[in-house]
Design a binder for this molecule. Sequence first.
Ligand code: URA
Length: 230
Amino acid sequence: MRRLDQLLANLGYGSRRQARSWVEGGRVTVAGRVADDAGDKAEAADVRFDGEPLDHPEPLLLLVHKPVGLVCSHDEREGPNVYSLLPERWRLRNPPVTSIGRLDKDTSGLLLLTDITPLVHRLTSPRHKVPKVYRATLDRDLPPGLGERFASSTLLLEGEDAPCAPAAFTALGPREAELTLTEGRYHQVRRMFAATGATVLTLHRVRFGDLELGDLAPGQWRELLPNHFG
Ligand code: URA
């Protein structure tokens, strides 16, 4: 049960002050009766706003096909972001919808968004070791011995002293490869290839744990069950 003003504000309808005026204006009902106090507590499922059920009162967990060109930051100064793909009301929710880990602006592929804060912490924790699979194209033929180097636990990224955890590597073509990481360091795939002298031209995440994009087009998303990860 949550206070009506808090419920409406948390679901992105507006401020608590606005919610109070909507209650005063008779626009909110609880179990079929017009609410008269914004401080009354109710189950979201019993509440109607202008006669309509509330917009997705359950927690959100979304699988997005991130296109190139959008950032995962909420800071508008960093450019257009992935949250612009969502309905406006979802962008105003509290807790806010945020990405589980990040993909660079120039990286496409599978990205998870959620407002379940503990899930963000759990899945981005290095202890959790969720396998993430990336497909990269390079500016040159794959340097020899890449598989061994990436699997070796000795690869150091520039500016770091802890070597990368072993990563599985599969060559897909002369200049294309798939890499499976269980960590999520800043620009990790690009920096791992850079450590071997190659530059990543395109990068796409094809898998996160047991999840794949399927036939989702860039910019599209689909909902997952909030308990997908248990
Ligand atoms: N590694 C990168 O370099 N970029 C990403 O977006 C993800 C992993």
